[in-house]
Design a protein around this ligand. Structure first.
Ligand code: NPQ
Ligand code: MG
Length: 373
């Protein structure tokens, strides 16, 4: 496409309930949207991207103000200099700049959406989706007490979620898992996510989780610490899945080769875009490593791309591809809903298949800035 402008729109999305992880509590999601405008063969096209960076640099070094800044001052000017861009070369064009994968991913997503809309193709077609709906899991935040946790899990099971992920941190881990297992039984498909809150000194304690038949433990140790993850893997039976550590297909191959993980959580924002996310999937499939689609509290835009990605054949575990009402009273797009079997249907239609509802966009927008060549 020939890029004529990029609009950076910030929306304030109030969460239905605060979401607590080992790195902090999120109350309102401050989301950066990218609206890319241009032409393909003389016709005007528009595409949407969503940046998953949080308000503060806690999950990773990125944060939403930083993402807006680096796009404004470095990334957008480089794309405008090129003039004609294709989604498949956005990554290479921006490779001269270090880091900022979530900011890069949002730009690439907007260009890909515009191109696919122009071509009348969906994200799912682009990814080579093999199904029209994906099994949905849900991520349950850390609660003040066990009673509240059991109540929340019961509610999600009532909704129909097929897999429960408990956020854990030191001191709020084995007992929480034991209580959930005790209450809901051995058939509950259960996993935990530590968001890097432990060290290898906690190996014996983490091995106590082995008693509960968990599907996996996600990112127990620091993002950069593949060596300690591989040592931890020799000290517990529960499979280790990496999230924060996986920043590219190359880093995923390294983690697998080192024995640091046997399962991979794929998040497009963390690896620099949906095209690299597809490469992570393809590489894991070659190595027989199961993958699943992570979540970053996305609006319906990011959710549309995620469920489409999760329809690729290597996504053999339920993802954090929850319905819109897990997070939002009202989503920015037509909402994603759970079907009676606990699946979320892929959107149909060109590109993402959804766009912001004008009234919701107007209601939630806190700033909008145009960038031009
Ligand atoms: C994870 N997501 O898998 C992340 C963590 C997470 C659904 O558990 C703002 C920005 C808030 C990013 C909260 C889920 C966030 C965030 C949680 C990421 O590790
Ligand atoms: Mg995680």
């Amino acid at each position: 496409m020939r890029l004529s402008g990029i609009e950076l729109i910030r929306v304030a999305m109030p969460l239905r309930t605060p979401f607590r992880t080992s790195f902090g509590t999120e109350r309102d999601r401050d989301v950066l949207l990218v609206r890319a405008e241009g032409t393909v063969d003389g016709s005007t096209v528009v595409g949407w991207g969503e940046c998953v960076a949080g308000a503060e640099p806690r999950y990773s070094p990125e944060y939403v103000d930083g993402a807006e800044h680096v796009i404004t001052h470095f990334f957008a000017p480089r794309l405008f200099d090129r003039g004609d861009v294709e989604a498949e070369n956005v990554g290479a064009l921006l490779e001269v700049f270090e880091g900022h994968p979530m900011a890069k991913a949002a730009l690439e997503m907007a260009v890909l959406d515009a191109e696919l809309r122009a071509a009348g193709r969906s994200f799912a077609e682009y990814f080579g989706a093999v199904t029209d709906r994906v099994p949905a899991g849900v991520s349950v935040g850390i609660t003040d007490d066990v009673a509240e946790l059991l109540e929340q899990v019961a509610g999600y099971l009532d909704d129909g979620y097929l897999r429960i992920k408990l956020k854990i941190e030191p001191g709020l881990d084995v007992d929480r898992v034991a209580a959930v297992r005790e209450r809901f039984g051995d058939d509950l498909v259960l996993q935990v996510d530590a968001n890097a809150a432990y060290t290898l000194d906690d190996a014996d304690h983490l091995a106590e989780l082995d008693a509960f038949g968990l599907l996996l433990v996600e990112q127990p140790l620091a993002a950069g610490d593949l060596r300690h993850h591989s040592l931890l893997a020799t000290r517990m039976r529960t499979p280790i899945c990496l999230d924060e550590s996986i920043t590219s297909a190359k880093s995923a191959a390294d983690a697998i080769a080192l024995g640091a993980c046997s399962i991979v959580n794929i998040k497009a924002g963390r690896v620099g875009g949906y095209i690299e996310a597809k490469r992570v999937h393809d590489m894991c499939q070659v190595h027989g490593v199961p993958v699943w689609c992570g979540g970053m509290l996305e609006t319906g835009l990011g959710r549309a791309a995620n469920v489409s990605l999760a329809a690729m054949p290597g996504f053999t575990l339920p993802g954090d591809t929850s319905a819109s009402d897990r997070y939002w009273e009202r989503d920015l797009t037509t909402p994603f809903v759970l079907d009676p079997d606990g699946y979320v249907a892929l959107p149909s239609g060109p590109g993402l298949g959804v766009e912001p509802l004008p009234d919701m966009l107007a209601e939630t927008t806190t700033s909008a800035r145009w960038l031009h060549p």
